[in-house]
Design a protein around this ligand. Sequence first.
Ligand SMILES: Cc1cc2nc3c(=O)[nH]c(=O)nc-3n(C[C@H](O)[C@H](O)[C@H](O)COP(=O)(O)OP(=O)(O)OC[C@H]3O[C@@H](n4cnc5c(N)ncnc54)[C@H](O)[C@@H]3O)c2cc1C
Length: 415
Amino acid sequence: MDDQRTVTVIGAGIVGLCCARALQRRGRRVTVIDSGEPGRGTSYGNAGILSAGSVLPEGHPGLWKRLPGLLLDRQGPLTIRPGYLPQMLPWLLRFMANTTPGRAEAISKALATIVLPSVEHYMALLDDVPGDQVPIRRQGCLYLYPRPQDVKAAEPDNAARKRRGVAVEILGPDEVRQLIPALGPDMAGGALATQSGHATSPLALSQLLAAQIESAGGTFVRAEVSGFTIGADGPSHVRTDQGEIAIEDVVIAAGAFSKPLAAALGNTVPLDTERGYHMMLPQPQIEIRVPMLISSLGFGVTPMDDGLRLAGTVEFGGLKAPPDYRRADIILAHAKRLFPDLGEEGAEPWMGHRPSMPDSLPVISRSSRFDRVFYAFGHGHLGLSLGAVTGRLIADLVEGRPSDIDPAPFRADRF
Ligand SMILES: Cc1cc2nc3c(=O)[nH]c(=O)nc-3n(C[C@H](O)[C@H](O)[C@H](O)COP(=O)(O)OP(=O)(O)OC[C@H]3O[C@@H](n4cnc5c(N)ncnc54)[C@H](O)[C@@H]3O)c2cc1C
């Protein structure tokens, strides 16, 4: 491999930034192109959890039985905009095909190889930054079960997590209350995934990476990419609204917007978006030290530098429809039931586009058509957790070096 070639990374979300920094640390020159500021896309508004316990696919076996109920519940964690259903049907069918026990087991094994060491991969990528400047804390992540039936329903999930090597401590109501005194009466138990961490500001994490890249000589270009000029040796230029830019190696890391770029470079991938919402509470009036996930309600609660963030829910509605901030209001209403003293003054809603593959696995891969083209997108619910490990895998692929993580499950041509 020619290590003199510049690598152009398209997309300055957490995934693109981690790829650029990992490549730079291996001695590559890097250029990062984004139409906006680094870290201001979906990577800005997530729940911030580096979720080592997320080794189970989104498509649980048996989900089809619960799907109609989930879709009919207007306050529930899942909604499909009616006009979008025909367009997303192929994705949905593939998603359902991945909910068989056999597929779920294979997906879970692959996920565990990349998600379990999330925090360690960030620490390795940022080991040249003083620890107190890295906006990551390792205080675990609590799975909170508001109702007794949630405790029961979580038993197989926690058993599966333990099988995969996730350290989970099952907690009774008193132990949960000790950990989170602000909880009201709606609480039946919990499980603490101790290997998880959280970003106290996902934006600050992206900005730290961007600053590292820039101070080590990397270049940032503000431009919207529309396509590529393909020469005899593959793509020679990227076409942007600021003109053409010559490229050598290229990594597509444009999150939910990666599909047409990958198609132009040889791979048609079933990427869609699961839109998600947050409500940021600058003055929550309660103290929460440990982030938590409430699966039955489809959102997480994370203490951040600038307040408490409530983030989650899934809305299928594509890339173009305007946000429906009633989804964020629903999250807030649920949170107020869980935490009766929660302060909502100054609450700010936000919507972002999860880049989601129907098998819950990202695409971390070389292009099927061009040797100098790489993909790093499709991280769905786990893009923050998987940023640093993706950077590591992409750097191995670009260098043509064998990885200690098997990259096969993440190939672009697996469909
Ligand atoms: C509500 C919510 C909560 C979440 N919580 C968590 C969590 O707790 N933990 C976790 O691990 N994950 C979480 N996620 C998922 C995570 O946020 C995403 O998987 C991750 O941010 C994806 O990162 P990315 O870099 O691929 O995409 P993005 O952050 O969207 O970055 C893509 C970048 O590409 C740029 N771009 C796109 N198209 C072009 C183009 N044509 N030309 C130039 N630039 C372009 C965009 O401007 C953007 O900056 C959550 C997501 C949501 C919505």
